[in-house]
Design a binder for this molecule. Structure first.
Ligand code: PEP
Ligand code: MG
Length: 324
């Protein structure tokens, strides 16, 4: 990274007109948490716990998970860590769960769907997360929620685990419970979900591939998953506005949150919290410093008048040139 970008590590991410923008990091390992601290992220917005499971010879025990999560909280910027419960399946598999070949793995038995059907396994992870929550500001979030029933069910499971920890006299903390918006059905009916969640994090990598019916890892069709396509921007604006109307914290943690043009579009829709790979934090912070939030906010309607990703992209490029 260029030195001048690293130099902004200790500066706040505030726009020219004084609006604070939260810049969080996405991480896979405890080492990444340190990297996030080094670049000046204000917390971890997404800790993908899959890597712990994928690099382990068998299912990690509660104790092993607790140690890993606690270490990660302690290495996280300001001790702020959002832990996502296991999101296996699709592109991420582990040998010890057996051979679950499916015709359409991304639309199949993955993520929270697996956790719900393996309550013992899920409770162990939740126990480890709640115990680690005694070490800092830990939030827990659930991937791939498709229905309100699923969300209510996992919330109930977490509350039961909390009660059990209390009964057993085991030290633990409190964690805010959040949902990821990655399935278009949940995005469309966002209002229904907001009564049952403390916060929302939008996983645009999955949300967009499901919205466009195009596998993000298939090079023949991945171009359809351009985050600037009008359909995804339109849906994102709805989700952001619905959360803000109800006072629910909302952030975007897909790859687009680290790309300047996309950041501009999301700011225009009113988003003020972004979670990205640590390497992008200094770049996005520099962009934030150069912008007037109130002026960018005025672009929201205009962006949505464009009819293609290319048109949106050229419009945003022009705006970027003007601010630089
Ligand atoms: C996403 O889908 O946008 C996301 C952040 O989750 P992952 O990339 O781990 O699927
Ligand atoms: Mg995802």
């Amino acid at each position: 990274l260029k030195d001048y970008l690293i130099e902004n590590r200790d500066q706040l991410a505030v726009t020219r007109d004084g609006v604070a923008i939260e810049l969080l990091a996405n991480i896979n390992t405890v080492e990444d948490a340190q990297a996030a601290t080094d670049v000046g992220a204000q917390g971890i917005g997404l800790f993908r716990t899959e890597y712990l499971f994928m690099t382990h010879p068998g299912i990690p025990t509660e104790e092993e998970q607790f140690e890993a999560y606690a270490k990660t909280v302690n290495a996280s910027p300001l001790g702020r860590l959002t832990i996502r419960t296991l999101d296996l399946g699709g592109d991420k598999t582990v040998p010890y769960l057996g051979d679950h070949r499916e015709a359409n793995p991304f639309m199949g038995w993955r993520s929270i769907r697996m956790s719900i059907e393996h309550p013992d396994f899920f409770r162990k992870q939740v126990r480890a997360i709640l115990r680690a929550a005694a070490e800092g500001e830990v939030r827990m979030m659930f991937p791939m929620i498709s229905t309100v029933e699923e969300l209510r069910r996992v919330n109930r499971m977490v509350w039961q685990v909390e009660e059990q920890l209390d009964k057993d006299g085991i030290a633990h903390g409190k964690a805010q419970l959040g949902m990821m918006i990655e399935v278009p059905a949940a995005a469309v009916c966002i209002e229904h979900f907001l009564d049952h969640t403390d916060f929302v994090s939008v996983g645009t990598n999955d949300l967009i591939q499901y919205l466009m019916a195009a596998d993000r890892d298939n090079s023949r069709v991945a171009h359809l998953c351009d985050p600037l396509n009008p359909a995804s921007l339109c849906l994102l604006r709805q989700v952001i506005e619905a959360c803000q109307r109800r006072g629910k914290p909302v952030s975007v943690c897909g790859e687009m949150a680290g790309r300047p043009r996309c950041v501009l579009a999301l700011l225009a829709f009113g988003l003020t919290s972004f979670s990205m790979s640590p390497a992008f934090v200094p770049i996005v912070k520099e962009l934030v410093h150069s912008l007037d939030f109130s002026l960018i906010r005025e672009l929201g309607d205009e962006i949505l008048l464009r009819r293609s990703s290319t048109q949106v992209g050229s419009f945003l490029d022009k705006v970027l040139q003007e601010v630089n």
